[in-house]
Design a binder for this molecule. Structure first.
Ligand code: PRP
Length: 217
């Protein structure tokens, strides 16, 4: 049995076409069922639904053989014990620094001010500001980061930006793009050896589907 860990939402939705390319069809809709283990049309393949941040952990310890997870989540997890064969180019967005529109970020940085930065992504934020030589006090949050500059909790946030609508709705502006983010396929290293025959064809089918979808440059 091959167990694939996915998180509900964009990653689940955008992984479905890749699974289809591998001949795998998930037989239940996670939005209509409370089930956490979803069968597929392949008796040897099942999908487990886990929190996005738990996908690398499930795959690292073998609770799942494979998973799909954002580059952001993977960096925060550390990626230990995970084989990362593919950038799936799905769930694309970016990791950015944002501040209140009336906060002069450029001056604060130029003057060497110490910035209070609220984020769920402390590893990415720490490395980014260290590379710029900016001193920061990091405040760990688990969601609704946009609220932090509005309430005076922080000067800036480090968060994912996709359309930019959430920032706009909260009167925040993007002042730095830290990195592009997309989702990766991760595979348990032991499973890759022991279940080669089942896992390799899935990796290959995903890979071919990504190439077909690639916009020629
Ligand atoms: C992410 C991110 C922003 C939003 C950005 O949250 O934290 O809040 O999406 O998207 P936009 O630029 O298109 O408005 P998500 O919905 O993934 O939920 P989360 O807060 O639980 O991370």
């Amino acid at each position: 049995m091959i167990t694939l860990a996915l998180s509900k939402g964009r990653i689940f939705d955008e992984t479905l076409p890749l699974l289809a390319a591998a001949g795998i069809e998930v037989l239940e809709d996670p939005d209509k069922s409370r089930k956490l283990i979803l069968p597929t049309n392949q008796p040897g393949v099942r999908v487990v639904l886990v929190r996005a941040t738990d996908v690398p952990t499930y795959v690292e310890y073998g609770g799942a053989d494979m998973g799909v997870t954002g580059k952001d989540t993977l960096i925060e997890h550390g990626g230990q014990g995970l084989y990362q064969p593919l950038d799936l180019k799905i769930a694309a967005c970016r990791m950015s620094v944002a501040v209140r529109a009336d906060f002069d970020y450029a001056s604060a940085v130029r003057q060497g001010s110490r910035l209070k930065v609220a984020t769920k992504y402390t590893t990415i934020a720490r490395e980014f500001f260290a590379s710029k030589g900016v001193h920061v006090d990091l405040i760990k949050l688990y969601g609704s980061m946009e609220l932090a500059p509005l309430t005076g909790l922080a000067d800036a946030i480090v968060d994912l930006v996709s359309t930019g609508n959430t920032l706009k709705a909260n009167h925040l502006v993007e002042v730095e793009r830290i990195m592009d983010i997309s989702s990766r396929l991760v595979v348990n290293q032991a499973a890759l050896k022991l279940k080669q025959a089942a896992i390799r064809p899935i990796i290959n089918a995903f890979s071919q589907a990504i190439e077909r979808n690639a916009v020629p440059s």
